[in-house]
Ligand binder design. Structure first.
Ligand code: PEP
Ligand code: MG
Length: 851
């Protein structure tokens, strides 16, 4: 068997890979190898080969040998966070280097002080090697000394030495939805296993080895790209035949070769690759790599019989009081999203029906724990049976309360304290909101739940905190044992259990480059957002409360395009008075330091009920007393809110936005009221007034509306719900409720055309404004302002700065003629790949309609 000798690239102390202070390396998720705790600061090539660099990163270099073996040198742990500071690359991507040639220099002192560790793993990340031998460990080493020997597969060697004569060449179109990413690349490698041929795949002017998943992935091949496959060797035609089963022949070829027999052949292959992969529903976007940390808890044992009604009933009251105190403390310290959820918990804790049910059991001499559990479960079953997805998801809140009260009855704190490993990917039947909020989130990389829906509270919290989450995976997920390596690709709805080295090394690269990309985006986020052809686009943020402002400003928000004031009105027994509202709005305006603040008047009703308002019971609340309709039904409430807004200083910073407008009279009524209030307050002017376009009616009447308001703001969440007749809270329709549907886009187009004629500004504040795939289309349709989820603003600004508005106009015209949302997505994704230098990564795309 051939061997590759690797020399020490750095002087220092050699240690075994399992002693690296990072589980990803220590558990060999990236690959086999060794590590050096450096005393020197110049990294040399451990062998000859070509340099492969991660985009934007300076702390890691891969040397690809001519046999296709990849050797990754990763200086330090978590050094990606230094964004290249302290590192100087001495080579460029693609350079051919000799053994011991200097590759990069780093400031040892700086890195030691600023990174988690300077320990430098040297690992083999690709396929093609059979094992390591003579690995040096637990002693000091100098540059150039032998570090280890790599045994190379016979096949890899054979592929390198087969005859030079070209045996077979074919062109194919890549059919995989996300291009040649980890899974399809692994499929190609697996399909070619055992076939004696050297197979080269070329695209975009670069070539890769088809026997190496890493090599294939690094070509950046996307769906629809044409690739040239060249196979040499005694079984070259067998290799081509195998690839024909996986890839689509390019149009110049006959496409009639897929036979039933070939389908039979490819089926077992596909099965093998999915055996260690589970699928679920996107709860919170992103990619995460880590180890399983199961929060599954054994059912608590509960004594059925108690020690008398009075003793048990007061035990239950005391336990609820402890839980109440705990929730109140969390509410006092948490953000707006968290506050809303916990306040709902508080209400459930004291819910009279729940307590009555428990009391019936207590009176039958049951224990406090038995009675509480019985009452909660009975109610949870009823919630689930209602057939309403949103209410069914609240059953999780009830079970959360059950667990908290039972723990206190057992003499424990309300919430279990979990010692999490670093980079924990939480596995739970259904993670409870309180459990999530009490975890050490700095250690949580991802969340996987057997149950739960995409609009569950846990999914909403995870999104706000930037933690990828997959829900509704099914009970198979609970079989994963603690410590199992996992790769969570939430954007694609996939959980890879015990992923292959190739998948992991590609994930390491993807995560590193996303982190580097995010940091660079954030550093550039403060500046104005001007397209490549000089058109200024305002990028604002959506806010729910004061404590979200500072973070939004650091993410480059140029103002707030949507303050959802309903959060101030929810989870309480009476509405906030004028003074309280003024205080809240004033604080937010002041924190925005002069940036515009668009305050939306109360948007309740539908899926946001308010108990203290006299709301009629409605069979179909989404089509009932919602938004402005409710405010006009309760004019005193609207008057108080408008007075508070008009009193914010400096006058003019606040603009007023009306939700759920359907006709001109809505706007006229509010303007008349505003004039009255302005006179009362001695104001000579009125603030800018805007109408939300979130019903088909308002889009169709945008010409009339735009003549009487200062701005329009498109609420794509509701606009798609009402245009497509799909409930925005419906878990099963969630994947089809896509605001990029051409019908929705046509309504947006109609709005922008009408607004332009009336010289009225148009903004988008629904989920579409946070979706990178949608941005060029929106700009092409004439949108000049977006209001997005704060954390995504830096990335959106980068995207916009690279756009040419004329090209966007052409793209938008095509999108309007597409037949469905999926076609629009594919069109825009392909367009971005073809026209942008840095097309957006999948991370955070498609936030859906609920944000
Ligand atoms: C919308 O409908 O797009 C919107 C922004 O309003 P909300 O999501 O608060 O209903
Ligand atoms: Mg809305």
């Amino acid at each position: 068997m051939a061997t590759l000798k690797l020399i020490a690239p750095l002087a220092g102390w050699c240690l075994p890979i399992n002693e690296v202070p990072d589980p990803v390396f220590a558990q060999r998720m990236v690959g086999e190898g060794v590590a050096i705790d450096p005393t020197g600061s110049l990294v040399h090539a451990p062998c000859a080969g070509a340099v492969v660099l991660m985009s934007g990163a300076k702390h890691a270099v891969t040397i690809r040998t001519e046999l296709g073996i990849d050797v990754l040198l990763h200086v330090g742990i978590d050094t990606v966070a230094l964004h290249g500071k302290g590192f100087e690359l001495l080579v460029a991507a693609g350079d051919l280097v000799q053994i011991e040639q200097p590759l990069l220099r780093f400031d040892l002192d700086f890195v030691a002080r600023h990174a988690k560790s300077v320990v430098t793993p040297i690992v083999l990340t690709g396929a093609g090697f059979a094992g390591l031998s003579k690995v040096i460990a637990n002693r000091s080493i100098d540059v150039g000394e032998m570090l280890m020997e790599v045994a190379i597969n016979e096949l890899t060697v054979a592929q390198a030495i087969v005859g030079e004569q070209l045996q077979q060449q074919r062109r194919f179109i890549v059919p995989f939805e996300h291009g040649l990413h980890a899974r399809p690349a692994a499929l190609v490698v697996t399909a070619l296993k055992g076939i004696n041929a050297a197979v080269k795949v070329s695209a975009h002017g670069r070539s890769g080895n088809a026997h190496s998943a890493v090599s294939l992935m690094s070509l950046g091949i996307q769906r629809g790209d044409e690739v040239v496959v060249q196979a040499r060797g005694t079984e070259a035609s067998a290799a081509i035949t195998v690839l024909e089963r996986l890839l689509q022949p390019a149009p110049t070829r006959s496409a009639s070769r897929t036979t039933a027999m070939e389908t039979q052949h490819s089926a077992p292959l596909a099965k093998r690759m999915t055996e260690c992969q589970l699928t679920g529903v996107l709860g919170s976007p992103g990619l995460a790599m880590g180890v399983a940390a199961s929060l599954l808890q054994a059912e608590r044992l509960v004594n059925e019989t108690g020690s008398g009604y009075h003793a048990e009933s007061s035990a239950l009251t005391r336990a609820r009081a402890v839980v109440r105190q705990h929730l109140e403390a969390l509410i006092a310290s948490g953000g707006a999203t968290q506050r809303g959820i916990l306040t709902a918990h508080l209400e459930l804790l004291d819910d009279p029906e729940l307590l009555q049910l428990a009391d019936v059991l207590l009176q039958r001499d049951k224990s406090a724990a038995f009675a509480w559990r019985g009452a909660v479960r009975d109610t949870a079953v009823k919630f689930r049976a209602l057939g309403d997805a949103l209410i069914a998801e609240r059953a999780a809140d009830l079970l959360d309360l059950e667990a908290q009260v039972l723990r206190v009855l057992d003499g424990e704190p309300p919430v279990a304290v979990n010692d999490l490993p670093e980079r924990a990917i939480i596995i739970a039947e259904e993670l409870l909101p309180s459990e999530l909020l009490t975890l050490d989130l700095s250690r949580v990389s991802g969340i996987c739940m057997a149950h739960g829906g995409p609009t569950s509270h846990v999914a909403i919290i995870a999104t706000a905190k930037g933690i990828p989450a997959l829900v509704a995976i099914g009970s198979e997920v609970t079989a994963i044992t603690n410590g199992t390596p996992l790769l969570l690709d939430a954007d694609n709805g996939l959980l890879h259990v015990d992923p292959s080295a190739a998948e992991l090394s590609s994930a390491v690269r993807a995560l590193d480059s996303r982190a580097a990309e995010r940091a660079a985006d954030k550093a550039a986020a403060k500046g104005p957002c001007i397209t490549a052809d000089g058109v200024g686009i305002k990028v604002f943020c959506n806010l729910g409360a004061l404590n979200e402002v500072a973070d939004a400003v650091t993410h480059g928000a140029e103002g707030c395009g949507l303050l959802r004031t309903e959060l101030l009105f929810m989870d309480r027994t009476e509405p906030p008075d004028e003074a309280e509202q003024l205080r809240e709005y004033q604080h937010i305006a002041t924190a925005l330091a002069g940036r515009p603040l668009v305050i939306r008047t109360l948007d309740v009703g539908g899926d946001k009920p308010i108990p203290y308002l006299r709301m009629p019971t409605e069979e179909n609340p989404a089509l009932g007393m919602r938004g402005l309709r409710m405010s006009l039904h309760e004019p005193a409430l609207l008057r108080t809110q408008l007075r508070a807004i008009l009193r914010v200083e400096p006058f003019g910073q606040c603009r007023i936005l009306l939700p759920m407008v359907t006709e001109l009279s809505d706007v006229r009524t509010v303007r008349a009221l505003l004039e009255e209030i302005a006179t009362e307050l001695g104001r000579k002017e009125l603030p800018q007034l805007g109408a939300m376009i979130e019903t088909p009616a308002s889009a169709l009447l945008a010409d009339q509306l735009s003549r009487e308001v200062e701005f329009l703001s498109i609420g794509s969440n509701d606009l798609s719900q009402y245009t497509l007749a799909m409930d925005r809270g419906h878990a099963e329709l969630a994947s089809r409720l896509d605001a990029l549907h051409p019908a929705v886009l046509r309504l947006i187009a109609q709005t922008t055309v009408a607004a332009k004629a009336a010289r009225c500004r148009v903004s988008v504040c629904g989920g579409l404004a946070s979706d990178p795939v949608a941005i060029p289309i929106l700009i092409g349709l004439g949108v000049q302002e977006i209001s997005a989820v704060p954390i995504l603003i830096p990335r959106l600004k980068r995207l916009i700065r690279g756009l040419d508005t004329n090209a966007c106009v052409a793209l938008a015209a095509q999108a309007l003629n597409a037949t469905d949302a999926a076609a629009v997505r594919a069109l825009s994704e392909q367009w971005q790949r073809n026209t942008l230098r840095q097309p957006p990564s999948a991370d955070g795309a498609r936030l859906g309609v609920k944000r």
